[in-house]
Write a protein that binds this ligand. Structure first.
Ligand SMILES: O=C(O)C(=O)C[C@]1(C(=O)O)C=C[C@@H](O)C=C1
Length: 777
């Protein structure tokens, strides 16, 4: 079902309704059709062929979901085809000779779904109007006036069009530059003028590009409903000698059949450059570039010469930039094509390489792939009915970090083990959990490995799914941290913060209930900076989440991989994709977070820049995915910790494995201390899941002496200091995660033993161990 063909007026109305395009949930398709008004033997071969190509080949090719970026591609194709249809590179026929017969291309919209109202016919305000029944006042009315003037070779006319939204509201002016195909290069100048007229940074511009196909004046174009004011007078066209008839929407005495497609100018500009680049070697569209890139004006010149002759460019300013203030990034990037952008030194790297202070570590992220699960928001695998040991019910006082020590709860399955299965290395003597009749440890551990894991709900302190909780995360919406938060607490409200420190501070101040913090990844190990942050705040770990991190290369719609010169993203993401980026041969710019990079890309309309982020971020911001799975290692998991104010509001499930995280600080003799710590755990058969040894003594003294240089000591908030919580500096620190709850007697005893030789021990939290890896897909 074809709704209608688009003449330029309708296209502009459609353009005005582009909000629909952005908001539709249902896909629809575009069909391009070409038509020749009257067969003309002389012109048929080239022109009709072009038209037919549109009608047949492209029709099937275009049965794909059409978003605006898709439209843009089609429009480009249309441009190319139209130039072929018109034979734009040929000189116009002499007066009296054979004239090209009108042929035109229509852009038609066709809903891809049958039945119901096509989605794009619904206005954002819910007011449904069928496009076919729209009159000039419904969606905007185009009036054109024409001014003559301009020396030969320059713009010959300027159309000014106004969109009116209803009878009273005057919408922004639409300067339109009409080129005269009789004068070579005017279109190029017009386009250059357009390009240079735009304040790329502060305004949002869009381009409606009308392809004008000239034809016989005997054929009345089907769309010319708008009448040009007669006051402009009749103008003799230099070649045709025909006089423009007052009242006709023609300016040269020849009829135009316009196909107006709605383009984003900056995307179009990107495409201009893309075309120019692809024309470098051969000058023919679509062929691979071989030579060095020409200068920018040459790009435009080439492109316009080949495709815009006989065309009309209408620049449509439609909206001001959105009032929302974007996140402030450490290195604010500017689009390279910014008009008169002053040359700037490259922004300093806000994320210098992470210091490798640690001597050794064991990662808790040696997670088998079979544990990969989709995001629980889309899975129902977590059973809802599990028993809990409510934090409030913990009966003894004196616990660490708000976790009250508690007597071991007898296992419901009659296991002889203690709570949480920490007693029984390798699970050899563990209780049977009754799954498949296998000899298992509590919670499905077989020989210490996770199998048939039962997913346990955790009492969250808010609703069961975290509803009513505000979780602060670093970055813009769409950051991996946000997905991790939503994975942990699907019902929560996420609160974007500029930095991790802000997210943690927000929880401390009560501005948020939880904060989410990435602390290690399979590819990069421990994120020491984030651990340092954690230690500086009086927060407790209440949950861990392992998220499979799948990186994509995202770019503005229409941008191709070959056009990307620079990639921006979170430093961790850049590091994770190091080899892939080296292969691409692009510059790298770190920004605060992955989604922030995407947002920056979009708001600045960077056409030579791509961002590394998640596929969800691409959806969220409407960007194209140029490449999937950019990470150098296929197995890339990041472990996040969910933090809360103490005491922990989260109750541990009785039958879950628990984990306790702690930090141990000591004075020198690090190896001896390390051995003693290990012995305190191993003598009680407590397994460690993470051990990170930080030794900053040299750096600390150097830093103290010189005021800079070296690694500063680790600052830990001593929450039990007399008076008020105090930040203390420690050059020797161990991060330890062990299996078992902090109130488990063995864990408690181990901690007490460590406290005898360490200067400081702080339990960072006790939470349900969850080695499931969640996936965004
Ligand atoms: O930038 C993001 O999207 C984040 O959530 C941060 C973060 C990180 O700091 O490690 C999280 C996971 C990815 O590995 C990359 C970046």
């Amino acid at each position: 079902m074809f709704l209608r063909s688009l003449d330029s007026d309708t296209a502009i109305r459609l353009y005005r309704s582009r909000v629909w395009f952005e908001q539709v949930a249902l896909p629809f398709s575009l069909s391009l059709h070409g038509k020749q008004g009257r067969k003309d033997q002389n012109d048929k071969s080239t022109r009709y062929a072009g038209a037919r190509r549109l009608a047949t080949d492209d029709r099937s090719a275009l049965q794909v979901p059409a978003r605006r970026n898709r439209m843009f591609n089609y429009a480009t194709e249309l441009l190319r085809s139209s130039s072929r249809i018109t034979g734009a590179n040929k000189p116009p026929p002499a007066r009296g000779g054979l004239r090209p017969r009108p042929c035109w291309a229509w852009l038609q919209l066709m809903p891809a779904v049958s039945g119901g109202r096509p989605p794009f016919l619904t206005r954002a305000n819910g007011d449904n109007k069928d496009l076919t029944s729209v009159d000039g006042h419904g969606f905007g009315r185009v009036t054109t006036t024409q001014q003559n003037g301009g020396p030969a070779g320059m713009l010959t006319r300027t159309h000014r069009a106004y969109l009116t939204d209803g009878p009273s509201t005057l919408c922004p002016a639409l300067p339109a530059y009409t080129t005269n195909s009789q004068l070579p290069n005017t279109d190029r100048k017009a386009l250059c003028l357009l390009a240079s007229d735009i304040n790329w940074e502060s305004e949002e511009w869009d381009l409606a590009l009308a392809i004008t196909v000239t034809g016989s004046r005997k054929t009345r174009p089907p769309y010319s409903r708008e009448r040009a004011p007669a006051s402009d007078g009749a103008v003799a066209h230099p070649r045709s000698g025909l006089r423009r008839a007052s009242g006709l929407n023609v300016d040269t005495g020849r009829f135009r059949c316009s196909t107006t497609v709605v383009l984003d100018l900056k995307s179009a500009r990107c495409r201009l450059e893309a075309n120019a680049a692809s024309n470098r070697s051969t000058g023919r569209p679509g062929e691979a570039p071989t030579g060095p890139p020409p200068s920018r004006p040459a790009h435009l010149a080439r492109w316009t010469r080949r495709t815009l002759q006989g065309g009309e460019v209408i620049l449509v300013k439609t909206r001001e930039p959105p009032p929302t203030t974007p996140l402030v990034f450490a290195s604010k990037l500017r689009p390279t094509h910014a008009r008169r952008a002053p040359a700037r030194p490259p922004p300093s790297n806000p994320h210098p390489p992470l210091p490798r202070r640690s001597m050794a570590y064991t990662s808790s992220l040696h997670l088998p792939k079979h544990l990969l699960l989709p995001n629980p928001r889309r899975t129902t695998r977590r059973p809802s009915s599990v028993s809990f040991v409510p934090a409030a019910a913990a009966n003894t006082s004196g616990g660490v970090n708000g976790h009250a020590p508690e007597k071991p709860t007898p296992k419901p399955n009659g296991s002889k083990k203690g709570v949480n299965g920490i007693n029984g290395v390798n699970g050899s003597k563990k209780g049977v959990n009754g799954i498949n009749g296998k000899k298992k440890g509590v919670n499905g551990h077989v020989n210490g490995r996770h199998a048939d894991r039962i997913h346990l709900s955790v009492s969250t302190g808010g609703g069961q799914d975290g509803s009513g909780l505000r979780v602060a995360f670093q970055g813009a919406p769409g950051a991996y941290s946000e997905f991790a938060a939503k994975t942990a607490l699907p019902g929560c409200d996420t609160v974007p913060c500029r930095a991790f420190a802000d997210a943690l501070a927000a929880v401390e101040r009560g501005g948020a209930d939880r904060a989410i913090l990435p602390v290690e990844s399979t590819m990069e190990g421990t994120a020491l900076r984030n651990y340092d942050l954690l230690l500086r705040h009086d927060l407790v770990v209440v949950q861990e989440i392992n998220l499979f991190v799948h990186y994509c290369l995202l770019a503005m719609p229409g941008v191709r991989a070959a056009e990307v010169r620079r990639v921006i993203s979170h430093p961790m993401a850049l590091a994770h994709c190091g080899r892939a980026l080296a292969r691409l041969g692009v510059d790298r710019e770190p920004v605060e977070d992955t989604a922030g990079a995407v947002e920056m890309l979009r708001s600045n309309r960077m056409l030579d820049t791509a961002a590394i982020a998640s596929p969800r971020a691409a959806d969220l911001y409407g960007l194209d995915v140029l490449a999937h799975g950019l990470q150098d290692e296929s197995w890339n998991v990041t472990r996040f910790l969910l933090l809360s104010r103490p005491p922990s509001p989260v109750a541990l499930p009785v039958d879950s494995d628990a984990k306790t995280s702690m930090v141990v600080a000591h004075r020198g003799g690090s190896m001896m201390v390390l051995l003693k710590v290990l012995s305190a755990f191993s003598s009680r058969n407590i397994n460690l899941t993470k051990l990170e040894v930080i030794n900053n003594e040299d750096g600390a003294s150097a830093a103290a002496a010189a005021g800079a240089g070296g690694h500063p000591p680790v600052m830990i908030l001593d929450t039990k200091a007399r008076g008020a919580p105090t930040l203390r500096a420690f050059p020797h620190v161990l991060y330890v995660d062990c299996e078992g709850a902090s109130h488990d007697p063995r864990v408690r005893e181990a901690i007490q033993e460590i406290e005898k030789f360490a200067v400081f021990v702080r339990v960072l939290g006790c939470y349900a161990a969850d080695s499931t890896v969640y996936d965004l897909q």
